[in-house]
Ligand binder design. Sequence first.
Ligand code: C2E
Ligand code: MG
Ligand code: MG
Ligand code: MG
Length: 281
Amino acid sequence: AAKAAGKSAYRTCTPQLRESAVTRAELIADLRRAVDEDQLLMEFQPIVDLSTGAVRSAEALLRWRHPRLGVLPPARFLPLAEETGLILAIDRWVIHEACRAAAIWRERSPEVTVAVNIAAAHLRRPDLIATVTGAVGAVGLPLRALTLELTESALIEGSEAVLDRLTQLRDLGVGIAIDDFGTGYSSLSYLHRIPATELKIDQSFVARLDADDARAYATVEMVNRLAGAFDLTVVAEGVETGGQHAAVTAIGCVHGQGWRYGRPVALPELLQTLTPVDAAR
Ligand code: C2E
Ligand code: MG
Ligand code: MG
Ligand code: MG
């Protein structure tokens, strides 16, 4: 099944990849080297408190500076990484890099947190807790400074062992966010079982708020209410416009993330954007 998924992901890959003279096998070989040769890089996108505009957190987003193809977005290489198992080494690198960035950022802004995306394959690894506590400990970061973002599908597939590991991490203080909520084949019943602290409303719902779409508004409102009942902090993803900002704020979402508040940027740039975003702008 993993092979099939990888194949279809490749088929749906951007035309540029097929046009470029790089074959799939070459790209896999290149990816194998990418970690060791320092070609991976992280960008950080601010997550703001919608009521004050203050930056509370940042999501770490992976890019690959390919020697010939330039900077590639995760959709271009993560399917290959998952298919080949390279995702485990990449995820580990990401966790360490995010912790290092969080430690630097917190010297200036002591309460900020950093969120990292974790692949389903990594979730299944018994050493996830050791990887996380090791990375956090190496830079003297408290565990509450880190949030793990997991997709619905990864969580639904999750065995009891996976849920146990996540519960342990949450009990240690690590944030657990359900990413892209509403896009998977979600069953409301599974929310009871997930030891989450946050719910990220997928950007596809937020995008439709602009069109004065009553059903989109009702959906976001319902998800926000649901999250409240489960004591989860809501992050509205992909907020691009003033209209979307006004809508998610009126609905009562706690946090916002999107181009309106800031694009993903390198760490030095993130460190410069510390002044609270003017929410009324
Ligand atoms: P995600 O976790 O849902 O990340 C949000 C994506 O939405 C990012 O795309 C971000 O750049 C984009 N985005 C943010 N604000 C806006 C906006 O206002 N408008 C629009 N149109 N897009 C916005 P990106 O960086 O291409 O990442 C795509 C996906 O790749 C992520 O989705 C995540 O699932 C995965 N990913 C990214 N970094 C990592 C990583 O380090 N490890 C793993 N395992 N997966 C990663
Ligand atoms: Mg995410
Ligand atoms: Mg997301
Ligand atoms: Mg998304």
